[in-house]
Design a protein around this ligand. Structure first.
Ligand code: CA
Length: 522
């Protein structure tokens, strides 16, 4: 009887909960594995004919963010290349919210650029951070390097606090709009936002976002922003964990904030700074701090995993008892040098060297069955070509000197791995897609693809979905034998990872967000 009951419970959970769910953060919570349990997803789609297209939403002209789906809404960062509202004109970071069922635009946060130097907030790149949603709170990192908490309902239920100055926040400074000029090595420091006088400020309307709190990583954590802020917030208990984005200045050879943190912890209710890393990573950051944190319980003990811009993977104890008066230092449990034979001092002299130099990590460390899977290597813009996928034993402590296995990639890697059914899927910027045996690191198969890959492969419904920077989209069978189910062009570069939620697949190109569903018609 008990057996029958548990079988029925299992059947019920398989038909309701497990296969149709929201995707409220980037990757699985919180292993960051790029897999989904959604079922019934199509093998292909075609925006031109409407085949398997549920709806299409227009974005800006550059979209480097991944769509996130929670509580009936879809969130994505983009730019203001196609203004949704006449009052918001010019280059901005934009964070949009759509209705999940219809694709109808609901509201947006429009963020002025940092204009002191283009390297603080690269022109036209918009907001790259994928959202993290819990209940009616939406967390992400703005193009200005601010960790932001929004109200999922927007302004429809009024302007909630403590933050209530949305008008000033979204108003660009007087004389804004000229393309930022810069001199390499000039003494330009990132400045705080200077809104125009009150009389000239924008008025928030029903399609503007409701900000609850803002934490400025530049002003409040002392970082030096570089290129585009890209953090994916991790929530654990009452705390927000996020990489800071600390990086080099516009010489690409100098760290101006060597003492700034690489990983910070904030109170999710207020945005107050609770803790930071104490690893002195800053001087060795080769380019910037791209990797977002992941988390897993290892033998009953929760650990935060994170890779610095120095190419070192760390595990930390989560924050337990924050102090009201001081910023705590995260306690390290282990470290693993991804590239032990790479240079450790004066790393910036290898800037522009494609043959030798240090490694860094763009994607996230993925936890699966007591192991961590990490892709890293030379920096795509300024570093060596060499890249690899490594597997380490996450149950170890102290200085982990050996990996379980290391698998060479073609050239530069930005993807986070997808680990599924004994296989690891990864794609690199050398235009190669890889299926690797998870236990041994042996190659199963590869496929030559068109375009560099900035996105992560995403496994759902027995398939692997992947878009490339040449605007090509691939659907592979998630199998030990190679089978290309579909390969087609979307006509616009793809940076974001595909996402599946509630039976629908979401794919964003630079300019459009597609909601894809079997047998749907727009
Ligand atoms: Ca507010």
């Amino acid at each position: 009887m008990r057996k029958l009951k548990s079988a029925l419970c299992l059947a019920a959970s398989l038909t309701s909960g497990s296969f149709a769910a929201d995707q409220p953060q980037w990757g699985q919570a919180w292993s960051r594995n790029m897999i989904s349990h959604e079922r019934g997803l199509p093998d292909s789609f075609d925006p031109k004919t409407g085949k398997n297209i549920k709806w299409i939403a227009k974005l800006g002209t550059e979209t480097h963010s991944t769509p996130i789906i929670a509580n009936g809404r879809v969130y994505i960062g983009t730019n203001n290349g196609e203004p949704r509202e006449a009052k918001h004109k010019g280059d901005r970071g934009v964070f949009m919210c759509f209705d999940e069922a219809t694709g109808q635009f609901l509201w947006q946060l429009v963020v002025p650029k940092r204009e002191e130097d283009p390297y603080f907030d690269w022109p036209k790149t918009g907001i790259s951070s994928p959202a993290t949603v819990e209940d009616d709170r939406v967390f992400f990192v703005s193009n200005r390097g601010e960790v932001i908490c929004l109200d999922a309902r927007g302004m429809t239920n009024g302007n909630d606090g403590p933050f209530r100055d949305e008008g000033a926040y979204m108003s660009p400074p007087t004389n804004s709009g000229a393309p930022p000029k810069y001199v390499i090595g000039a003494e330009i420091t990132p400045a705080s936002h200077r809104p125009p006088p009150k009389a000239n400020q924008l008025q928030p309307g029903p399609t503007d976002a409701d900000i609850l709190w803002v934490f400025d990583l530049v002003a409040d954590a002392g970082i030096w922003p570089h290129d585009g802020a890209h953090g994916s917030v991790l929530l654990h208990g009452d705390y927000v964990y996020v990489n800071t984005g600390n990086g080099v200045d516009n010489t690409h050879k100098r760290i101006r904030r060597p003492d700034a943190p690489s990983l910070v912890v904030l109170d999710k209710r207020t945005g107050r700074l609770i803790a930071r890393d104490d690893e002195h990573i800053g001087p060795h950051v080769f380019h910037a701090t791209w990797c977002s944190p992941s988390l897993a319980e290892v033998n009953g003990r929760p650990l935060i995993f994170f890779a610095g811009g120095n190419g070192v993977v760390y595990a930390f104890d989560p924050v337990r008892n924050p102090s009201p008066n001081e910023v705590l230092k995260l306690k390290r449990v282990f470290l693993f040098d991804f590239d032990p034979t790479g240079p450790k001092e004066n790393v910036h002299k290898f800037n522009g060297n494609r043959r030798e130099g240090p490694s860094n990590v763009y994607g996230m460390p993925v936890f699966h069955e007591n192991r961590l899977y990490i892709a890293g290597g030379g920096d795509i813009w300024w570093g060596k070509n060499e890249a690899s996928l490594k597997c380490i034993d996450a149950t170890r402590t102290g200085h982990i000197a050996t990996n379980v296995w290391s698998y060479p990639l073609e050239k530069h890697v930005m993807s986070t791995p997808a680990v599924n059914d004994g296989m690891v899927f990864i794609a690199d910027c050398g235009r190669m897609f890889h299926c690797v045996d998870a236990p041994t690191g042996q190659q199963r198969w590869t496929h030559e693809i068109k375009g560099e890959v900035w996105a992560s492969p995403y496994v759902a419904d027995g398939k692997v979905y992947l878009g490339t920077r040449s605007g090509n989209f691939y659907v592979f069978k998630a199998d030990r034998e190679k089978q290309v189910l579909a390969s087609f062009e979307l006509g616009s570069p793809i940076s974001g990872t595909a996402t599946a939620a509630n039976g629908v697949l979401y794919v964003a190109t630079m300019s459009h967000l597609y909601a894809i569903q079997s047998k749907a018609t727009p």
